[in-house]
Write a protein that binds this ligand. Structure first.
Ligand SMILES: [Zn+2]
Length: 167
């Protein structure tokens, strides 16, 4: 049994109910097909990551103020900047709306009295990033976006381990 329920409010495609299974979600604005719903979720995750990585660049710049020769901090800062560029490209590629906000993570790090506590919070932030990437990787996306997110995850996982050694 296949029954037409309506049209997707985003792409206009026909959304069916097949054998009692509804191939979309009902939202306040109307019906959304699975593909448009996934796209909206993906773009929300990419923007959350972009806001966090912009805050990451700021946070590392702050940590470098008191340790300008720390090569690990320099390296992590470069990775955060690399992630920002990749996320901006990915949001463009996936045709999403770009957020211009920056997370408030740096203020939280600055509020902590010791570098040990600052690094512990930094690693919590980096672990949050890895979890968000894992959520995003479950969704449909362009192969280049997937490839980028895999590498971003690898770099963050490695940076977490290296920062852990300083704590
Ligand atoms: Zn749709």
């Amino acid at each position: 049994m296949k029954e037409l329920v309506g049209n997707c409010q985003v792409c206009g495609c026909e959304v069916f109910c097949t054998d009692g299974f509804f191939n979309g979600v009902v939202e306040p604005e109307g019906i959304t097909c699975f593909s448009c719903r996934d796209r909206a979720v993906l773009n929300s995750l990419l923007n959350q990551l972009l806001e966090a990585e912009k805050a990451g660049v700021e946070t590392l710049a702050f940590l470098l103020e008191s340790a300008p020769d720390n090569t690990l901090f320099q390296h992590v800062k470069e990775d955060e900047a690399w992630s920002c560029r990749g996320l901006i490209e990915s949001i463009r590629r996936e045709k999403g709306q770009m957020s211009t906000n920056t997370g408030d993570f740096t203020d939280k790090v600055k509020a902590l009295p010791t570098q040990k506590e600052q690094l512990q919070l930094l690693n919590k932030g980096q672990s949050w990033v890895v979890r968000k990437i894992d959520q995003a990787l479950k969704l449909d996306m362009e192969p280049e976006t997937k490839q980028f997110l895999f590498e971003m995850k690898q770099r963050h996982t490695q940076n977490i381990e290296e920062c852990e050694r300083l704590i």
